[in-house]
Design a protein around this ligand. Structure first.
Ligand code: ATR
Length: 271
């Protein structure tokens, strides 16, 4: 029941209307009988968003495109891993202070761990906030990283940080051949409504590859569908999304929510 003691949590980003975070966090609040609601706020200016969090005494926030990096300048404290990554996707507000965390990197790595990451060639497409977290996670697991990105400066900067190779996106389909053990798309290429777009050239996809996409709308992007047809192991974005959400809920409430229940609910469209 919503009353005058109901606590407020939210996601801030732009766009946010596609986000499934309100569905999962509100369901978990209900499941655990916590008097709280979680809303989505589409904001234009990060400084105004931060001011609103403080003014309205919001207890916690998820941060999404395009604020994961720019928001860091406005926080009172940032944990070491988020600092190393250079991106924050979670805020907890304690005694009026804004504390920043990153729950993306462990969430990205956990579905890949069973296939082995150490010494594997891991191709990361993108160099934004999500790519920063994925690259950090892969580097910690001792994978050999190759970055592919549209923006050369951003791509080279990320590659330099993790001792990785860099290939400009414009050049990728002009190579004689390209191979890797793991391919991870961290860009929005292929996301609804542009579902016909693919972040990686189909001619390089081979059956031995593990292909992962962090997009969860659609649940299976064109890249994953094609990789599946070619015999690859595929990992959809729902897995990372759910794991980062679980870690956020734990940070905010100290409770571990039921991930399988939510995965089934989301796939069945019940939320
Ligand atoms: P997030 O926090 O979700 O990672 P972001 O920081 O805005 O979001 O990063 C988005 C990434 O997707 C960037 O690497 C971006 O490429 P650029 O660095 O060249 O801007 C990439 N991206 C998004 N749309 C793209 C498109 N249509 N073609 C190529 N790359 C795209």
């Amino acid at each position: 029941m919503i009353d005058s003691n109901t606590q407020l949590y939210c996601i801030i980003g732009n766009p946010v209307r596609h986000s499934k975070s309100p569905a999962i966090h509100n369901a978990w609040f209900q499941q655990h009988h916590i008097n709280a609601v979680y809303l989505a706020f589409e904001i234009d200016e990060v400084s105004k968003g931060v001011a609103a969090l403080k003014t309205l005494n919001i207890q916690g926030a998820s941060i999404t495109i395009p604020f994961k990096e720019s928001l860091m300048d406005h926080l009172d404290w940032i944990d070491d891993e988020a600092l190393n990554i250079g991106a924050v996707n979670t805020i907890k507000i304690k005694n009026g202070k804004l504390l920043g965390y990153n729950t993306d990197h462990k969430a990205a790595i956990s579905p890949l761990k069973p296939f082995g990451i150490k010494d594997k060639k891991v191709c990361i497409i993108g160099a934004g906030g999500a790519a920063q977290a994925v690259a950090y996670g892969i580097y910690k697991e001792k994978g050999n990283i190759v970055i592919i990105n549209r923006d050369k400066i951003k791509g080279e900067k990320l590659a330099l940080k993790y001792n990785a190779d860099f290939i400009p996106m414009a050049k990728i389909d002009k190579l004689d051949d390209f191979s890797a053990d793991i391919i991870i798309n961290t860009t929005s290429i292929g996301m609804y409504p542009n579902v016909e777009n693919m972040a990686f050239p189909s001619q390089y996809i081979k059956s031995h590859m593990v292909v992962m996409d962090i997009i969860y709308n659609p649940l299976k992007t064109k890249l994953l569908n094609l990789a599946h047809i070619k015999g690859c192991t595929t990992i959809g974005g729902l897995s990372m999304f759910m794991h980062q959400g679980v870690a956020q809920f734990k940070l905010w409430t100290g409770l571990t929510p039921d991930i399988d229940l939510m995965r089934r609910a989301m796939i069945n469209g019940e939320n």
